[in-house]
Design a protein around this ligand. Structure first.
Ligand code: NOJ
Length: 552
């Protein structure tokens, strides 16, 4: 594994980190890119993306300016939940390749200054994992305690009222031993028992297995739910004041989520991560309702997660006031020394180009400009860089178990998981034209990497130029965030001392008075304005955003 890249070490004039004289870790100065492996690039024509496909596309990622990759699960899986049901935590899914391919991917990425994070799924395994097969075989099996087994209530019903995140009871009765096992997702995803010390030891070995071979860190699945209430107390009922999702499930996840003991697990993992050089990264999937709770996953600032995904931000409406409120509150709440992370898309939520932008080209650019200029680590999801939108699915095309369960109220997650369009050819260069891709894909001729690379006006060129501007502008890398007074529908902030970001979230033109006598437009979503000089005020067209570099 390479050391921290040099590319981002242009420290800010205002960074509090600068004062400590400690070198900045690569994941603070850089940006991350999520790869949904099944849908990124297929090298062998079986219609499923694979590790060699990623190796073949590293030049695209390097050209784009990516510093780190997060790969969705690469471990073997029967795919009840497409990789999030793991049968072996220390191997590579054969459809994706093997460990030698992973080693080659890490080495080739490192050679380009790119680090590789993988997904870790500690909350649950597959029901086909040898641990669970053994565990369910008998009440006194050696791995019985690896999972949560509980007697039925006297009337035969489940031990408590917990419901799973994919709907239905979180318990399934196993006829073999007459006990229920816990699963907060599908019945094929039994929850591991984090009250069992052998589970802790097994995961210590798993962390080291990957980190020893140069994996730069983990995105930790369902990070805030790993450990549940030891007494298995009933969750309290939801009230009409609770968020919609809790009302839908009928309960507050008080005893299934955000338990105090999860922080002990994360502290321990952070210590193990810190034993490596460079320290390995812990990027948590912290799907929590409140920013106060989110902040707790950073611990004291340097002793739990390195980065904690901000779901209130992801789920915010695409409106200046709502987004600004979340960012300001996050900035207030995060403990000193910690670092935010911003993302607008992933494999579980509708893509930002659809959900935030409704496919509107100017709004897509505005969203990208926002993500790449806030204080913190931006994470783009594959396809964000070309403004890729969701794909419509009919019932018979759905593969996601969640979509199949909730159709037609919810189509599931297939629309944002469709294969990456690399070219305009049939199958978009994802898989050969004569192959069948594992999941339906959109029309590649409506937007793809190659066409956009050749078009200076494209979203792809905009994203690349934005990443490059970020990299060479110290204020954008580490400068403090400060909101500036903004008219309705507009969000203006300062980064560091000389960089100002102006975003017009409205369909009205606006004029913004500026403090600095003279600025240069570092980049605008209207590319014709790049490099122009601004004095006194800046005019923005509807949905235009720009980075202003003040002259002293
Ligand atoms: C969150 C993952 O991102 C999602 O895809 C998965 O279904 C659940 N966790 C369960 O592992």
């Amino acid at each position: 594994m390479g050391g921290p890249t040099d590319r981002g070490d242009n420290v800010s004039e205002t960074s509090p980190i600068e004062a400590t004289n400690s070198p900045l870790p690569w994941w603070r100065t850089g940006m991350l890119y999520q790869i949904y492996v099944r849908s990124f690039a297929d090298s062998d024509g079986d219609g499923v993306g694979d590790l060699r496909g990623i190796i073949n596309r590293l030049d695209h990622l390097s050209w784009l300016g990516v510093d780190g990759l997060w790969l969705s699960p690469i471990t073997p899986s029967p795919n009840a939940d497409f990789g999030y049901d793991v049968t072996d935590y220390c191997a590579v899914e054969p459809a994706y390749g093997n460990l030698a391919d992973l080693d080659e991917l890490v080495a080739s990425a490192n050679a380009r200054g790119i680090q590789v994070l993988i997904d870790l799924v500690p909350n649950h395994s597959s029901d086909q994992h040898p641990w669970f097969i053994e565990s369910r075989s008998a009440r006194d099996s050696t791995h019985r305690d690896f999972y949560v087994w509980v007697d039925p209530k006297p009337d035969g019903s489940p031990p408590n009222n917990w419901v799973g995140c994919f709907g239905g009871p979180a318990w399934t009765l196993d006829e073999t031993t007459g006990q229920y096992y816990l699963h907060n997702f599908l019945p094929e995803q039994p929850d591991l028992n984090w009250w069992c010390q052998d589970v802790h030891s097994a995961f210590d070995d798993i962390l080291r297995f990957w980190w020893d071979r140069g994996v730069a860190g983990f995105r930790i699945d369902v990070c805030n739910m790993i450990i549940k209430d030891a007494e298995l107390r009933d969750n309290p009922p939801a009230t009409e004041d609770d968020p919609f999702i809790m009302q839908m499930f009928g309960q507050r996840p008080e005893y299934t989520s955000n338990r105090p003991e999860v922080h002990d697990i994360l502290k321990h993992w952070r210590q193990v991560a810190g034993g490596y050089d460079p320290a390995r990264v812990l990027l948590g999937e912290t799907n929590v309702e409140s920013l106060e709770t989110l902040a707790t996953f950073y611990g004291k600032g340097d002793d739990e997660l390195s980065l904690s995904f901000n779901f209130p931000f992801i789920e915010s409406p695409f409106e200046a006031e709502a987004l600004r409120g979340i960012v300001e509150r996050t900035e207030e709440l995060l403990p000193p020394g910690s670092w935010p992370v911003w993302t607008g898309s992933n494999h579980d939520v509708s893509r930002l180009a659809t959900r935030w932008a409704g496919g509107h080209p100017d709004k897509i650019r505005l969203a990208l400009l926002m993500l790449l200029t806030l204080r913190g680590t931006p994470v783009l999801y594959q396809g964000d860089e070309i403004g890729l939108t969701d794909v419509d699915f009919a019932h018979h095309e759905i593969l996601d178990p969640v979509g199949l369960r909730f159709w037609p109220a919810y189509v599931g997650r297939d629309p944002e998981r469709t294969p990456m369009p690399w070219t305009a050819a049939p199958n978009g260069g994802f898989t050969p034209p004569e192959s069948t891709s594992w999941l339906k894909m959109g029309d590649p001729s409506s937007g793809n990497v190659i066409d956009q690379r050749d078009d200076p006006e494209s979203v792809l060129q905009f994203t690349r130029d934005l990443i490059a501007l970020r990299r060479r502008t110290p204020g954008l890398v580490t400068g403090e965030y400060r909101s500036l007074p903004s008219p309705d529908g507009v969000w203006i902030w300062r980064r560091g001392t000389r960089t100002v970001v102006v975003l017009n979230f409205s369909d009205q033109p606006t004029r913004i008075a500026l403090d600095a006598p003279e600025s240069q437009i570092g980049i605008s979503s209207d590319r014709s304005r790049d490099g122009t000089t601004i004095t006194g005020s800046v005019d923005l067209t509807p949905w235009e955003g720009a980075v202003l570099l003040e002259r002293t």
